[in-house]
Design a protein around this ligand. Structure first.
Ligand SMILES: Cc1ncc(COP(=O)(O)O)c(C=O)c1O
Length: 386
């Protein structure tokens, strides 16, 4: 091969998330899953939906699982089930995807933004306490907390659940990024009052469109969620007993998800190997994520922090030129975003979220990332920082 061609191959773009590799691995199983639904014709709430819900429950140990249309609706359903009222306050981290706070605003309730810990990117218990005090000072009734397990790592549940219990707050766990992770022997899906997740294609367990699920151990909540998912229907399908939504998971997506769930444990192990390799290769170069003892991460993102003095835009441009895609989650914490900046923050601003927003950089991460491509990523990062 001429030298220029070899160089071009060396710089050919790699995938940030390689869904094609997973597709090739599952191959006919995906085709059969999708065609099976097209052939039997039960496109809405077909048998694959209940089967997938059973499999999800078996996977994580939650007593009740309801699939739904996406991770945002999953949060909305959870807040409806918690009967969130106008003017109540809900404590949410600022360093997250917009949906976590957006759903609170749907109810004319008030998201109060809480800071995160710099080593976990997750809600800081001390800032949660400060946020509850902020709500009280503003004359708002704190109703609940939405934790987020950012980038796949469970939040500090021991501390957060204790604070919530002391203040009689419910806890909804936004596990859009963390389904499959473990917190001190307990699976995500079983930690708070209600857990929600997303099956957006790029999530660790993703479908070929939108999808989501809600988990709870409470039977009464499940009955309400089941009704809310289909327009608040009652036992008589012509009598809707509450205001709900249309939030069903498509049967085709359920069939796809069952096929993907069958290899999910293996994919989680592969993600963990990729993360360990990144850690070994990058720990001297950037601040790498740390998983506390007793916890696991499904590595929805592998997010490093560049130390001060590095121009992130320049680093990402150099990486791109070498065929390495990156992403910045999240460049702007929610409390600075246009739709959210008038909502209160805990205490005196959120300095950790602000700092992280300037430092974070997410690298390619998926179960099929080869050691060779990973070497390219780490080598390119080393050169781009130089
Ligand atoms: C933390 C978090 N919450 C909620 C959501 C919303 O999920 P979906 O895109 O399925 O509505 C996402 C997905 O992007 C997310 O990352």
């Amino acid at each position: 091969m001429p030298e220029s061609a070899a160089l071009a191959a060396a710089d050919a773009p790699i995938e940030f998330i390689d869904l094609g590799a997973q597709r090739r691995r599952l191959d006919r199983r995906i085709d059969e899953a999708v065609l099976g639904v097209i052939d039997h014709g039960k496109y809405i709430m077909g048998p694959e939906v209940a089967a997938f819900e059973r499999e999800l429950g078996a996977f994580c140990g939650a007593k009740h699982v309801l699939s739904c249309a996406n991770g945002t609706d999953a949060l909305g359903l959870a807040l409806m089930a918690k009967n969130l009222q106008r003017g109540q306050a809900v404590l949410v981290p600022s360093f997250t995807f917009a949906a976590t706070a957006e759903v609170v605003a749907w109810f004319d309730a008030v998201p109060i933004f809480v800071d995160v810990c710099e080593d976990s990117f997750n809600m800081a218990p001390a800032s949660l306490e400060a946020g509850i005090a902020t709500a009280q000072r503003l004359g708002l009734e704190p109703a609940g907390v939405i934790t987020v397990d950012l980038f796949g790592l469970p939040a500090a549940y021991d501390e957060i659940l204790a604070i919530a219990a002391a203040h009689r707050l419910w806890v909804v766990c936004d596990a859009a990024q963390s389904f499959g992770s473990v917190y001190k022997g307990r699976n995500v899906g079983t930690l708070g009052d209600i857990t929600t997740t997303s099956f957006f294609p790029a999530k660790p367990l993703g479908c070929y469109g939108d999808g989501g699920a809600v988990f709870t151990d409470d039977e009464e909540t499940t009955a309400v969620l089941r009704s809310l998912r289909v327009h608040g229907q009652g036992s008589d399908k012509y009598d809707n007993v509450r205001i709900g939504m249309n939030a069903r998971l498509d049967t085709i997506q359920a069939a796809v998800l069952s096929a993907k769930l069958s290899i999910f444990a293996d994919e989680i192990a592969a993600r963990d190997r990729v993360a360990s390799r990144y850690r070994d290769m990058l720990a001297d170069l950037v601040i790498v994520p740390v998983v506390p003892p007793g916890l696991t991460s499904v590595w929805a993102q592998y997010t490093v922090r560049l130390s001060a003095g590095h121009d992130r835009d320049r680093v990402t441009a150099r990486l791109k030129a070498r065929g390495i895609p990156t992403a910045v989650y999240y460049a702007k914490p929610l409390h600075h975003q246009t739709a959210y900046r008038d909502y209160p923050t805990a205490g005196n601003g959120l300095p950790v979220s602000d700092r992280l927003a300037g430092e974070v950089l997410s690298l390619p991460m998926h179960p099929y990332l080869s050691p060779r491509d990973q070497d390219r990523v780490t080598d390119a990062l080393r050169r781009s920082l130089g």
